[in-house]
Write a protein that binds this ligand. Structure first.
Ligand code: ADP
Ligand code: MG
Length: 263
């Protein structure tokens, strides 16, 4: 598949089936199916070690899944055995392309520390998508403004608070205009007083209709912003549904216990 940038939007931004992942003999993901329709905000919750990060990392091939299919905006990613018992896209270029279609925001921000915010945000549009530098700069200024960092565009990440760095990381993810954004506990590394400013940016993106898959321990936030909540336990989807159902009326004992820990 080509993942061409002018592809018509499919009703499904992301559709994966049967995602499995083993590390040695340890099977961490035991067959995960997930669909995110355009504009969906899918919140993934679950205990530590349940496989949430591994699942997100398999979606954009930071980890190679052992089995499964990934379809982005209606196009199947062609996968081949990688020689280590796992599956990988056909080339590095294809992987970079996929990561611009499913842009990830990490717990630890992962900005490039030797680059200013502006340089961080223009990097992928220029190098991966071939955007003119001038155009990429204009877009980056706009995005950094939108996350409240218009006055910091020439700063280096180490001079910023964690909340500012995470907002910059969100601007960087937006800069490739992805079909879906993947967030892995975007506020877990932040001091409590900085969590709100990041959740506010993510909420605004949800309201704009951005498709997102979001791993979070912020239950009140998930309840408010998600269109669907998925509870992962031991590498399987134990329960999923609309936030009001899942949080208000958990069916499984495990989910009830898990949610009880947050009260
Ligand atoms: P979560 O994000 O839900 O806390 P993870 O996906 O990080 O869980 O981890 C799930 C399980 O996979 C854990 O038992 C973890 O130790 C294991 N795991 C994750 N990454 C690796 C790796 N690179 N090598 C070996 N084991 C791993
Ligand atoms: Mg994790």
């Amino acid at each position: 598949m080509s993942l061409s940038s002018d592809a018509v939007a499919s009703p499904e931004a992301l559709h994966v089936e049967g995602i499995r992942k083993s590390f040695g003999s340890h099977e961490v993901l035991k067959g995960i199916d997930l669909t995110a329709l355009q504009g969906d905000v899918v919140a993934i919750i679950g205990g530590s070690g349940s496989g949430k990060s591994t699942f997100l990392r398999c979606l954009n091939f930071l980890e190679h899944p052992s089995a499964g299919t990934v379809r982005i905006n209606g196009e199947d990613i062609s996968l081949k055995p990688d020689g280590h018992g796992n599956l990988a896209p056909s080339s590095g270029a294809q992987i970079r392309r996929i990561r611009s279609r499913l842009a990830m925001v990490f717990q630890s921000f992962n900005l490039w520390t030797h680059m200013t915010l502006l340089e961080n945000v223009i990097e992928a549009p220029v190098r991966v998508l071939g955007l003119e530098r001038k155009e990429a700069v204009l877009q980056a200024e706009d995005l950094l403004n939108r996350v409240g960092l218009g006055h910091k565009i020439h700063e280096y990440p180490s001079f910023l608070s964690g909340g500012q760095q995470q907002r910059a990381a969100i601007a960087r993810a937006l800069a490739v205009n992805p079909y879906a954004m993947l967030f892995d506990e975007p506020t877990s590394a932040l001091d409590p007083e900085l969590v709100g400013e990041v959740l506010k940016v993510i909420t605004a993106l949800a309201e704009e209709g951005r498709t997102m898959v979001l791993v979070t321990h912020e239950m009140a936030f998930a309840r408010e912003v998600a269109s669907k909540v998925v509870f992962l336990h031991n590498g399987r989807i134990e329960e999923q549904g609309a936030p009001a159902e899942l949080f208000g009326n958990p069916q499984s004992e495990r989910l009830a216990r898990f949610l009880g820990n947050f009260q």
